[in-house]
Ligand binder design. Structure first.
Ligand SMILES: Nc1nc2c(c(=O)[nH]1)N[C@H]1C(S)=C(S)[C@@H](COP(=O)(O)OP(=O)(O)OC[C@H]3O[C@@H](n4cnc5c(=O)[nH]c(N)nc54)[C@H](O)[C@@H]3O)O[C@H]1N2
Ligand SMILES: Nc1nc2c(c(=O)[nH]1)N[C@H]1C(S)=C(S)[C@@H](COP(=O)(O)OP(=O)(O)OC[C@H]3O[C@@H](n4cnc5c(=O)[nH]c(N)nc54)[C@H](O)[C@@H]3O)O[C@H]1N2
Ligand code: SF4
Ligand SMILES: [Mo]
Length: 765
């Protein structure tokens, strides 16, 4: 079967079709959808060759999400969305110099994210000079020269910003932060700032480490798994396989979500014959339809019930011994919870008393408890206290640092956790900087740098000259699209290291550069030796990944080679880091990582172990908490409900089944019944009725933030849907224009992408 050419045009509003949502995830339609994407982009034979190497010990790590790979070698260890991620990267379509000659940036700016991404792989460095509307080919040397000149003209390293997206390998990330710190700044924002930053902040306060405490085996062995604010059927599909396994062993599963997401309700495992065709497994034992932004109240209600049940059951519900020995703040928390008004809390959640009570009984009765969460929790104003309250639950029950138990923030990008471990962080720890200084003999900057939101503010104030992105799609991923576009436009130069065309190439600084890199699926042979990279998954497992496919173009360079080449050019011939040697041998970079980052002893040897190795995690390994006083901390939190004025709805922005963040694989969201379009707004039928609108109508969505002018997203089709009352949902990135830059989670500075106050308006024309 041959491949299909890229789309010539965007679909129109009339192509959108809305059907009934699906009750189950995956199964045969999932397998077929994944294969369909692959065939269109790769052809049949390249597809088969590619997928056989996915998630195998001698192949490449899935570039999709950060869910861990099981430690064995079935040749079918991937999911529909992994197949789509691969197809997107391994496509035979190309965006070459002739493409850029045909399309200037004004033409490209009118296209959708889907259209841009579908055009294919970038093939050679391209430069758009100031005043030019076209990208034109440039050599690698000249491209590095453009960046070096811009940095030199700027003269102040703190007037440059270096963004990272979470697909970047450990090796590239480590070299990148070294280069940036040798240049002299900690302006190292990353996608994590918009993602799990709230988890990192809250967990560091509570348990002394910003990472989750469970392994895949723990998930299998749990007796109760609570999945909060997460849609694994779409975003971490193989998590459903793990949940199914836990369920088979007797676990109860509770889904807490304003939306009844297909995968959480019922799952047909495509890796088993009965799962492909049968009715599948009923996954969630309880579906708790919480209001958007009310999880703090819900967990407080549950924790209060745990205290009451402990009274009733003679002190057998709370783990008093663990609390006394290892924790701080338990007495204060118990007193605080007793003082809360239970009815008021429950009313704020919108959850019925019967459901809430059944879950409380599960929390009190089951010992091995895991709570998992993702963006439905982290992208709220009260994200940090909410995660502290989730940690309260787990600590009160002593459900940490023993099998089948723990806290499980489920990460997004395949190496977002590893990038942070490698030092991609605007607020690096002193110990990390000390180790870097000792290994490389320089004085790294100590002042904290800009995170993502602060970077946009600084650019907008004219305080940034050069914006450099190692992967990602900053413009489309960031909040407040128009503000971010204006901010980027104030930079003299914006640079994107990318595999695929995206909006950040089209709307950038006064001049811009595209530096095309190898993807993870592709062979990277240096001096005749195939190079490995390493990644760290959501459960702190580090393992190697080796690309096997022929590169999309002979002009591509690896991210490591790009960073090293740029560092040499910018820092000059006298810089004493052996950039060329490091670029020539990834093993040598790993030796340096071993010297700087704790937990990487015998790094090069241990990546030869099939499945890799686990990084240390003191709470998980030994119930040790490396907080300043060496104890885990419970917290007394105060729930502040979002103020939603009458006639307004609380909007959350979510992913469809056919996208990876800003990469739009296709225009369907099968599980939610949406086909051939993305400009939809899911809202409750009763709310639509009350607001005077009908299902199927097209509206403008207008967001309101303090006394700032309204932000408007035009022409969204209303879809009556089973969402919690008073709330609505639309897709990211189309809805990002509505997310105010100033609306952020307290302490973590993460945009509140899941809580935007909006009103609906009939379009004027
Ligand atoms: N196929 C695919 N896989 C992906 C991605 C992708 O785009 N596509 N993205 C990757 C990345 S970077 C990330 S971070 C993850 C994201 O994974 P998720 O966090 O699952 O992604 P979202 O689509 O943002 O879904 C958020 C979920 O939270 C729910 N929610 C929203 N608000 C609330 C709330 O107030 N309370 C509760 N309890 N629930 C709420 C929503 O209804 C939705 O089910 O997925 C990763 N994997
Ligand atoms: N409204 C709203 N906004 C959100 C979110 C939300 O839920 N709602 N979610 C937030 C979250 S959780 C995240 S993580 C961010 C994501 O923000 P980003 O990580 O910045 O965005 P991505 O869409 O993942 O980046 C896709 C681009 O990465 C490039 N790319 C792909 N593979 C590679 C590679 O191997 N190397 C290099 N160098 N480049 C590569 C391609 O050019 C592709 O176009 O968005 C955030 N924004
Ligand atoms: S669950 Fe995530 S990492 Fe695993 S195959 Fe699917 S997309 Fe890839
Ligand atoms: Mo993410």
């Amino acid at each position: 079967m041959s491949t299909t050419p890229p789309p010539v045009d965007d679909l129109g509003e009339r192509d959108l079709r809305v059907g009934a949502p699906k009750a189950a995830a995956a199964g045969l339609p999932g397998v077929l959808a994944g294969l369909g994407h692959a065939r269109r982009q790769l052809g049949a034979s390249r597809s088969a060759k590619t997928f056989l190497k996915l998630n195998q010990p001698d192949g490449f790590d899935c570039p999709g999400c950060a869910w861990p790979d099981p430690n064995h070698t079935s040749s079918f260890e991937f999911c529909e969305n992994g197949m789509k991620a691969i197809a997107e990267e391994a496509t035979v379509r190309r965006v070459d110099a002739a493409f850029f000659a045909r399309h200037d940036v004004d033409d490209l700016a009118r296209r959708s994210d889907w259209w841009l991404g579908q055009q294919g792989r970038l093939t050679e460095p391209m430069h758009r000079a100031e005043g030019d509307r076209h990208y034109r080919p440039i050599s690698w040397d000249d491209a590095f020269g453009v960046v070096a000149d811009a940095l030199a003209a700027s003269g102040d390293p703190d007037r440059a910003v270096f963004y990272t997206s979470g697909r970047t390998s450990n090796e590239a990330a480590f070299l990148y932060q070294l280069f940036v710190r040798k240049l002299g700044t900690n302006n190292l924002p990353d996608c994590s700032n918009m993602c799990h930053e709230s988890s990192g902040v809250a967990l560091t306060q509570a348990i002394g480490i910003g990472k989750g405490s469970v392994t895949l085996d723990d998930v299998h062995e749990a007796e109760l798994i609570v999945v909060v604010g997460q849609n694994p059927g779409t975003n971490h599909p193989r998590m459903l396989t793990a949940l199914e396994e836990a369920k088979r062993r007797g676990a109860a599963i509770v889904a807490v979500n304003p939306l009844p997401e297909a995968g959480l309700i019922r799952f047909k495992n495509p890796q088993r014959p009965t799962g492909v065709l049968g009715r599948g497994t009923e996954l969630a034992d309880e579906f708790v339809q919480v209001k958007v932004g009310a999880d703090l109240a819900l967990f407080q209600w549950w924790n209060r019930r745990l205290v009451e049940l402990d009274d009733e059951r003679g002190g057998t519900v709370l783990d008093h011994a663990f609390l006394a020995e290892r924790c701080e703040g338990a007495d204060e928390l118990v007193a605080h919870l007793r003082g809360l008004d239970a009815d008021e809390l429950l009313a704020a959640t919108g959850v019925d008393a019967g459901t809430a009570e059944r879950v409380a009984q599960l929390l009190a009765g089951r010992d091995r408890i895991i709570v998992c969460w993702a963006m439905g929790i982290t992208q709220h104003r009260q994200a940090v206290p909410t995660i502290r309250e989730i940690a309260n639950t787990v600590l009160l029950r002593g459900s940490i640092g023993r099998p089948g138990s723990g806290l499980c923030p489920v990460r997004g990008h395949s190496n977002v956790q590893g990038d942070r471990t490698m030092g991609i962080y605007e607020k690096p720890a002193e110990a990390f900087l000390d180790a870097l200084a000792a290994e490389f003999g320089f004085a790294p900057p100590r002042e904290p740098g800009h995170d993502t939101v602060d970077s946009i503010g600084a650019m907008d104030r004219g305080e940034v000259d050069v914006f450099f992105a190692l992967g990602g799609n900053f413009l489309a991923a960031a909040p407040d699209t128009e503000v971010t576009a204006r901010a980027l436009g104030r930079c003299a130069l914006t640079v994107q290291v990318s595999t695929k065309l995206n909006r950040s190439h089209v709307v950038g600084g006064r001049a811009s550069l595209i530096l095309p890199c190898l993807g993870r699926t592709e062979r990277d042979v240096v001096g005749g030796v195939p190079q490995k990279v390493t990644v760290e998954d959501s459960m702190s497992m580090v393992h190697a990944s080796v690309g096997t496919l022929e590169p999309a173009s002979p002009h591509l360079r690896s991210e490591v080679a790009i960073v090293a080449g740029l560092a040499r050019r910018v820092l000059g011939p006298d810089d004493d880091v052996p950039w060329e040697e490091l670029a020539a041998d990834h093993g040598a970079i790993r030796d340096r990582i071993e010297a700087v980052v704790p937990g990487f002893t015998a790094f090069n040897e241990r990546i030869e172990i099939p499945g890799g190795f686990a990084l240390p995690h003191p709470p998980r390994d030994a119930r040790e908490f490396r907080t300043p006083d060496g104890r885990a901390h419970l917290a007394c939190n105060r729930f502040e409900p979002e103020a939603v004025p009458a006639g307004r709805l609380l909007l959350q922005t979510i992913r469809s089944h056919d996208q990876f963040n800003t990469t739009i694989y296709g225009l369907d969201d099968r599980y939610r019944g949406i086909h051939q379009g993305r400009r939809v707004l899911f809202a409750h039928a009763d709310d639509l009725h009350e607001l005077g609108f009908v299902d199927g109508e097209v509206v403008d969505v207008v967001s309101e933030w303090r006394d700032e002018p309204d932000r408007r997203a035009e022409r969204f089709r209303l879809v009556a849907y089973d969402v919690a009352r008073g709330t609505c949902a639309a897709y990211f990135p189309e809805a990002n224009v509505l997310v105010p830059l100033g609306s952020v989670a307290e302490q973590s500075n993460t945009p509140t992408s899941k809580a935007v106050v909006v009103r609906l308006e009939r379009p004027t024309a």
